[in-house]
Design a protein around this ligand. Structure first.
Ligand code: ADP
Ligand code: MG
Length: 269
């Protein structure tokens, strides 16, 4: 299979004063083109730090991070494959959208990294209107400000902003964790549809096993900076090998006791 992203023996150590924090410890993983890899683990296990190394926000302390076979980091400098090729959507749409900017400018903002020709192609009115409609918003909402939107709508704006550059790979860091369950399901469905329509590849970070089960083809389980288990979603859910995975799954009674009702059935919403 076609490997898009490769992490090999990656460490990230934060040093603050006398304290050091081994946030990511010897992580090795691959993300194949067209798949959704879920990264799950409790708060503080290193998920966001791992994601940040893929989008240029944190440099690895050791090890290699590559995209289509080429290193993403040269010492502490991030080398973009193609501007806009890798995009991201964070958890909190409140703080990730500039409150002083209109939605239109927010969505068009990532195009600044592109050359003039691409900017013209992607930033044209027709494309923008198509995109805003595709994520479930209306054309007239382009002239509004973020505070005029609900949490779910704000996350739709963040998704449009990520898609404007035609990325191949998107890192989602807890994209629906701040949303109500019913809104969460709608946004997750949108993400699944977009992935199929645009042949996208996702790294999908979440601490929520239900969400991971709904979204992911393969799963990597992180515990205290280490990837302790990785495999096909089906396999990990049915036959977890690491005790920590079993512990995570115990919050989902339906996985172990098939007769019990599933806690969240996203398909049914
Ligand atoms: P997760 O996303 O799984 O909750 P993080 O990757 O955010 O975990 O954090 C992993 C560990 O690294 C935590 O102990 C966190 O406190 C620490 N950490 C994260 N960012 C920094 C930073 N900029 N400086 C120091 N420590 C950090
Ligand atoms: Mg995090």
């Amino acid at each position: 299979m076609n490997v898009l992203v490769q992490l090999q023996d990656v460490d990230k150590i934060y040093s603050t004063g006398k304290q050091t924090m081994h946030a990511v410890n010897g992580a090795t993983l691959q993300i194949h083109r067209g798949e959704v890899l879920g990264l799950v683990g409790e708060s503080g296990s290193g998920k966001s730090t791992l994601g940040k190394m893929l989008i240029g926000l944190e440099a690895p302390t050791r090890g290699s991070v590559s995209y289509l076979g080429k290193p993403l980091w040269d010492k502490n400098k991030f080398k973009r494959p193609r501007p806009g090729e890798i995009q991201t959507v964070f958890q909190d749409p409140q703080s990730s959208l500039d409150p002083r900017m209109k939605v239109k400018s927010i969505i068009l903002e990532p195009l600044r990294a592109l050359d003039a020709k691409q900017r013209k192609e992607k930033g044209n009115e027709k494309q923008l209107i198509e995109l805003i409609r595709r994520v479930g918003l209306k054309e007239e909402q382009l002239e509004r400000y973020p505070h005029e939107f609900s949490g779910g709508q704000r996350q739709r704006i963040a998704i449009a902003r990520a898609l404007i550059t035609d990325p191949s790979f998107i890192v989602f860091d807890e994209p629906t964790s701040a949303l109500d369950v019913s809104v969460q399901a709608q946004v997750l469905n949108l993400l699944r549809e977009l992935k199929a329509e645009r042949q996208l590849t996702y790294l999908f970070i979440s601490h929520n096993m239900s969400v991971i089960r709904y979204m992911c083809d393969r799963i990597a389980v992180m515990y205290k900076g280490k990837i302790v288990e990785m495999g096909a979603a089906e396999q990990v859910f049915k036959h977890p090998r690491h005790p920590y995975t079993t512990l995570l799954l115990s919050s989902l009674p339906s996985v172990h006791h098939e007769k019990e009702e599933k806690p969240i059935n996203f398909c049914a919403i």
